[in-house]
Design a binder for this molecule. Structure first.
Ligand code: GRF
Length: 195
């Protein structure tokens, strides 16, 4: 099995990225993060990449005339590295149709709920957990799914549940779900590696 050539797209803290870095280091995943791409200059995930000698680039949307050109720049960065798995790890921009077509069935996303609940347009980050608490569900969780041209609509690869306790607030729930995200994201990459 040839090692995965992974690109990780981020917009924030990069704890999911860190989970991938760690699982490659400990030998669980047979692959290499060839590049980390961020649309946010201040994303701490870029620091995590730097600390681990991983090629990392901030691509400023303002330097492009439209979203298609912006996506084309990312596509070119990934193609020149022969990427065969794209991981969206807290990446908050929408991918272009060209991007989806270019990496068909090779893009996965981690979402902090049990899709199809609490997902779709506007459901990301803290908002997801706020809505979970507002609705009063007793079970939430996380999902890794393939990315298609919809929002959080691609085929589901793996899910894991998290109990919502009476004394949970957004912060405690986000923390519990994030721990599960790290676990299932690695398992999903392993599934891809072995497929
Ligand atoms: C996670 O909650 C993930 O589910 C969502 O964005 C957040 C990214 O966290 N897509 P991190 O940047 O990996 O710490």
């Amino acid at each position: 099995m040839s090692p995965l050539k992974i690109a990780v797209l981020i917009s924030g803290g990069g704890t999911n990225l860190q989970a991938i870095i760690d699982s490659i280091k400990n030998g669980y995943i047979n692959g290499k993060i060839e590049v980390v791409v961020s649309n946010k200059k201040e994303a701490y995930g870029l620091v995590r990449a730097e600390k681990n000698n991983i090629d990392n680039i901030y691509i400023n949307r303002k330097e492009f005339s439209n979203d298609i050109e912006y996506n084309n720049k990312i596509i070119s960065e990934l193609k020149k590295r022969n990427i065969n798995l794209v991981v969206l790890a807290g990446y908050l921009k929408i991918l272009s149709e060209e991007f989806i077509d270019e990496f068909e069935n090779k893009i996965i996303n981690i979402h902090p709920s049990l899709i199809p609940s609490f997902c779709g347009k506007g459901y990301y980050g803290r908002k997801v957990h706020e809505e979970v608490l507002k609705r009063g569900v007793k079970i939430t969780g996380a999902t890794v799914h393939y990315v298609d041209k919809g929002t959080d609509t691609g085929p589901i690869i793996i899910q894991e549940s998290v109990r919502v306790e009476d004394d949970d607030d957004v912060d405690s729930l986000q923390k519990k779900v994030l721990e599960v995200e790290h676990e299932i994201l690695i398992k999903a990459i392993k599934i891809k590696e072995e497929s």
